[in-house]
Design a protein around this ligand. Structure first.
Ligand code: F0G
Length: 480
């Protein structure tokens, strides 16, 4: 919910009370510097104890509700036939309209099973945009990932409300060229993560569905960020409807739904859902092999209980947009301070536009990784590189420059406050004023797949030392 103040400004209004809190620490810069060095200038390798505000991800880090915690206490730990599973299946049926549910341990587990079952070597997996784990799984199964986004998608400054739309002309042309039999499926990712949490429109989804019908192609839907996409459709396309209705209509167009439940439903798990028994029968044999029996799928039954509650809560009016509204506030404050940021504001995170923040660093020296390291150094805030480091090399071993070079500052839902956001914006402003001190990164050790997770890097020319000096000159040696 947004509240308009008497000054005319709007602010996000949290429609919840905070009853349980967790301590966090803001350590002096020398400790943060040591921590960054030990982490190989990769924010994934930092330890929680060294971090002040953790904006790495909104995955598995969201605050649960009292009703979710209460539901966990009454879970049924049966290996097979757990009552907790049937509560989840009921919630899926009621909120999303799917009769068949397969729990899995998280979103990428769903991608793994879908890739193994539906992707044949050489087949095209067409999508509006990839997610890192999605691409890795589909390619590992021999698929070819084709992203058919509109030109606007990669423009970081835009007022296009639906940058996540698939380009329908490119889609028809691609299917005609390839032949429908060479297309494994079309995948629509809600609130497209890697281009800044940008939604697609209901109109676009309807058009994709029609194209799928014409060519008898399966429509796969990644709903990890469903609640934000449905919320944006309500805000930007269908203001007369409620979010739950919008989500249910979206689902009527989907053959195979999957999600990471670590975001909207705020639990540690995921699922695949569908109405077609034949699809279910093809997936089912792999479930006990890779996940667990089909009524728990690698999840704890406590989390399954909480997921049933979370699915209902995430599509309710006050909760659906609560994360996106905090993000919108973050982005607005960035714009007010003239800091380069992706617009319009998306779901899940504030995305700093690194190509405008550090234009002097070439993509071969990983500016987004450098910014994430520099920002941690001067603030204790952990962000995530979403640029060329996150894009693995091609089969010839060449770096693939990312379409957009971003630092993501994710906002775990119902965890951080406006003061936290103000602090992050202030330190980013300081860093922007000293941006010429930040230089690139070079590899110390580079894993072959999903290198952003475990790769270790070093600053080119020890710029970290200069940056720290500048910070201490202004804020003092013990400065926070
Ligand atoms: N699809 C999307 C759109 C995602 O954002 C994620 C995860 C996944 C699939 C995989 O799900 O993590 O449960 O295995 N996104 C997290 C992030 C990791 O930080 O944005 P998972």
């Amino acid at each position: 919910m947004q509240i308009t103040l008497s000054s005319g400004k709007t602010i996000p209004m949290e429609m919840h009370k905070v009853r349980i809190v967790q301590q966090t620490w803001l350590h002096p810069i020398d400790r943060r510097h040591r921590a960054m060095q030990e982490a190989g200038f990769n924010t994934f390798l930092l330890r929680s104890r060294d971090i002040f505000l953790d904006m790495l991800t909104d995955s598995g880090t969201n605050a649960m509700s009292d009703n979710q915690l209460a539901a966990m206490m009454v879970s049924d730990d049966a290996y097979a036939g757990s009552e907790s599973f049937f509560k989840l299946a009921d919630a899926v049926k009621e909120m999303l309209g799917f009769a068949l549910t397969i729990p899995v341990h998280q979103g990428r587990a769903a991608e793994h099973l879908i890739a193994k079952t539906f992707v044949k070597p050489g087949q095209a997996c067409i999508m509006n945009y990839h997610f890192t784990t999605t691409k890795a799984h589909f390619e590992m199964a021999g698929g070819v990932v084709l992203e058919l986004y509109q030109d606007e998608a990669l423009k970081t400054q835009s007022d296009n409300p639906f940058k996540g739309d698939i380009d329908l002309d490119k889609l028809t042309k691609t299917i005609d060229e390839l032949g429908a039999e060479n297309v494994a499926f079309i995948r629509m990712e809600a609130t497209t993560n890697l281009i800044g949490g940008q939604p697609f429109s209901m109109r676009n989804l309807q058009a994709v569905r029609e194209i799928c019908n014409q060519h008898n192609i399966m429509l796969v839907f990644d709903g990890s960020l469903l609640m934000e996409n449905a919320f944006f459709i309500q805000q930007r396309e269908q203001p007369e409807r409620n979010v739950a209705d919008i989500a249910r209509e979206m689902m009527t167009m989907v053959d195979l739904y999957y999600m990471s439940a670590r975001k909207g439903p705020a639990v540690r798990g995921g699922m695949i859902a569908m109405n077609d028994q034949a699809l279910f029968d093809r997936l089912l044999p792999l479930v006990p092999l890779f996940e667990g029996f089909s009524t728990y799928g690698g999840m704890s039954t406590k989390e399954i209980e909480a997921m049933a509650v979370g699915l209902r809560e995430m599509l309710s009016g006050d909760i659906a947009g609560s994360g996106a509204e905090m993000v919108a506030f973050f982005v607005r404050r960035m714009v007010e301070e003239n800091l380069p940021v992706v617009t319009p504001a998306g779901g899940l995170a504030c995305h700093v536009d690194v190509s405008r923040f550090l234009p002097h660093i070439p993509q071969t020296e990983y500016p987004a990784g450098a910014l994430a390291a520099a920002f941690f150094l001067v603030s204790g805030v952990r962000g995530m590189e979403r640029g060329t480091i996150s894009t693995d090399r091609d089969i010839d071993g060449n770096d693939v420059p990312a379409g957009v070079e971003l630092m993501r500052l994710a906002l775990p839902r119902r965890v951080y406050t406006m003061s936290h956001i103000e602090y992050a914006v202030d330190r980013l402003k300081w860093l922007f004023e000293h941006r010429e001190l930040v230089r690139g990164l070079t590899w110390i050790s580079e894993p072959p797949v999903l290198r952003f997770f475990f790769g270790r890097l070093a600053p080119i020319g020890q710029w970290d030392v200069q940056l720290r000096k500048a910070f201490c000159t202004e804020f003092g040696d013990d400065a926070m």
